[in-house]
Each structure stands twice: as C-alpha cells, then as structure tokens.
Design a binder for this molecule. Sequence first.
Ligand code: BG6
Length: 508
Amino acid sequence: MAIAPPCAVVIFGASGDLARRKLVPAIYDLVREGLCDDRTCFVGFSRTDMSDQQFRAEWRDAIAKFSRSRPIDEGVWKKLEARIYYARGEYGSADDYARLADMLPKLDEKHGTGGNRLYYLATPPGQFPVIIERLGEPGRRTAADAFARVIIEKPFGRDLASAQAMNQLLHRYFPEEQIFRIDHYLGKETVQNLLVMRFANSVFEPIWNYKYIDHVQITVAESLGVENRGGYYDRAGALRDIAQNHMLQLMALVAMEPPVALDALSIRDEKVKVYRSIRLIRPAAVKDFTVRGQYAAGAYDPQRTKAYLREKGVAADSRTETFAAVKLFVDNWRWSGMPFYLRTGKLLKEKLSEVVVRFRSPPLTLFQKQCQSPVYPNDLVIRVQPNEGISWRLNGKVPGGQMMIKPVALDFLYGTTFHREPPDAYERLIHDAMIGDQTLFIRADEAEAAWAVIDPIEKGWAEAMDTPEPYEPGSWGPKGAMRLIEIDGRRWMHTMDGVDEPIIACSL
Ligand code: BG6
C-alpha cells in the first residue's frame, strides 16, 4: 500500500470508546507499518479536560491494550507521540472551533501537513449535525490545493428521512468526493475477498444465480450483550445497528453484478442496484418475513447474564430487538425467487460472522435412492470472523468397503495460508480515507437505498406493537428464527466443520 500524503487528522469524540479501542490502535499500526507519512499529525477534540501530555498517555494506554501488535514498539511510539495534540471543546461552541481553527495552521507549519485535513466524526450521532455545520463555516476551508475530508461513523441516520437530511446537510458544505461514510465491515479482509473470490475466479460466475444456488444465509452473531451502550442501542435495535449496514453490505457484495471496473464509482453503482432490487416487505407482512427477539436473563458461562430489560440505559418496558432475522428477495434476473436469510443478535452462542451460499442438490437422485437419508447439498462458507477464510463443503466417500458418504470441507484459512494476521478493518479504512479512495465507503444514495429496505420493516414492527420474542443467552436466538427458515424446508447452518453431520450409509 502507498504511503498516505501528510495531513492533520482531527478526531471528534477523541476521549470516547471508539477512538480508544479502534481508531488509536489502527493509527499506531499504520505508523508502525510505515503507511502514514512522518509529517501527519493527530488532534483529539472532545469535552473532557486534558492536557496534551494526558492525552498522549491515553493513546499509549489504548495502544498497549488494543493494538494488534503488542508490546508497544518504543521507536514507533516515539515517532508518533510528538505528533499528538489535544483540544478541549464543546461540539456546539463557536469559540472552541475558532481555537481549533487557529491551532491547525500552526501544526501545518510545524509538521508540514500542507493544509490537508481529515476530520473524523467519532462522537455519538446526535453531535454530527452541529460538528458538520461548524466545519463548514467560511474560513474553515484550507488552501485550494489541499484536501478537507470528513469521515462519518455509523449510525448514518435512523431511517430514510433522517439519512436524507444528513446527506443534505453534508452536501451543503462538502462535495460527495470528500465524504467518507464508514462501515467497518467493508474494511475486513474477508469481505474484500468476496470481490476477489467472485471476480478473479471463473468457476463461480456460471453457477452464481438462482438456478444453481438454493439460498444464501448471512449471520452476524455476537456473544456479548449491549455492554455499556444500552442508551444508544435501545433507540436503535439489531435491525438498525447491524442489518441496515453490515449485513446489507455483505448481501450486496454477494448479490451484485460484476462491476465495469474495480473503482469506487462502478462498485458502488452495482451495490445500489442490488438495494433497489430488494423486494420491500410490506409493513402488514412483517410477520411472514421477519422475526425479532430480545435476550432474557439466563446462565451463560461462566456467569448468569441479566435480561436486556435490566441493562443500564434501557427502558424497563423496552420493545427494542436484540435479535433480528429477515427473509429477503432480490427481484432481478440473477436472483429471481431465491431467498436471502439474514440473522443477527447479541448474546448468542458464539461470535461468528459468515455468509453461507447453499447450492441446490444434484438433479439426479443417484445416491439418494440408496441412502438412508438425503445427501447434503454443497455449501460455500465465507467466514468473515473468527478464523477468516473460505470453505467448500462437498460430499466424500468414507474409505472402506461400504458406500458411506460424509460431508468434507476444503478449507482456505487466512492464518495458515498467508501466515500473517490481516490488518484491522479501521487501519485499512483510515488509510483509504487518507489517500482519498472511496471504494470501501458508503455513498449517499447507497445509505439511503439501504434505509428504504429497512424502513417498512421498522414501520410494520411499530404498528404491530408486539413485544420481541425472548431468547436464552447463549442460544442461537428465538424459536421464531428457526421457524422462519424451517417453514421453507431449510435450516440455519451454524458451523462448517461437518463434524455435526452424521455419516450417511448407502446400499449400492
Ligand atoms: C457495530 C455495532 O457497528 O458493530 C455493534 O454498532 C457491534 O453493536 C459491532 O457490536 C460488531 O462489530 P464486529 O467487528 O465485532 O463484528
């Protein structure tokens, strides 16, 4: 990867959890990998009172705890430390922004950042509008040949109308080429590998359609509960928090047509077409196509976990879902009539994000006739995390005189194939924003098209006024989620090792 040009990175929400756990370690790893120009400097802006020294100590602590390359490399840290600054400020205060605006040209001069700015909005979403307005004020612009880009974290709105309003506000001050709406799933190696797998290999394209694929399952399961984010989460829920962005992105990469080029414009054009082809679920039909659940109290090793309703920041009578499953159809030539099943939830059995492409059974029942039970269909499993990799599940003969069939996996594991840990998603994305590559960021129309899919479901749920189905912590979610897929004669796949599948005996 290229060394990014120098710039001043200003992080709003610099004392928050996201900055500490993700942004700071990613920046350190970029510096360590030599991908960040030695002149680039970093300014934290938030409401907490802190000196530069205290802020630097916070960064060091965050790197020591969360960087992927621990222990800290003292040489790298020394290089980085001298370029970290802190500006305390209220997000709405004109004076505080004026101080920041005074500070940045001085840093340009001291470090040689050339007036380039990368503003990272890592605050709670309620602060986005005021920050955007302040950044857009006349006089905040840099030199004509310098860039001023803004990275904006999710959630990007909470429905179509608010996403449109946010886009309008952003466009008042920044052209689309300078706006980087982040979805960290797009920075994950396996997610990017989806494009390589589909478009750098010729074997997939002929069978990548409803004629050969029976259905696609997308799972984003988490083993943790809402932790200390109850306040935010209770206003969002699983559908808005994960499905609207991460899961629809995964689905779009699986379903999209080959782009005319591997650039931001072409790839994002194709993703938007997928969203626009998704059959909208009428609010009155939500019961047939969706399921929502909420975790109850229960025993989840090694301790008992409390019910969602007892979490801090959550309303005692909340109807917010911590689990959502949805059946979607993409009404286009390639996917006509073939379902995509999506499910996501907190406090589930394990942390697992994967896409399962299940192929149709062989057309001729050669083996089926003589076997005790049906032969398993083939699966292609794209594991986003953990154990990033791709597996094909095929049927093989068990060695011996009898005809026994067992599913076996052909495995490609990142760890063992490339012998190196993939970079963290934020590393890739921050670097891309520094070099101005928008391919892995969400375009305005893309965010809106995804909300257009989600809005009618939210509306249907709100109108139904029912409570989400409770589920046991450590399970795979509510029973309704099993029914959603089993009613179609299918089932969710949990793991890919094949060991849970019995051997099928056949009498030939
Ligand atoms: C975030 C959600 O976007 O993704 C969180 O807001 C969730 O609720 C997180 O925990 C999951 O990300 P990952 O990378 O751990 O799968």
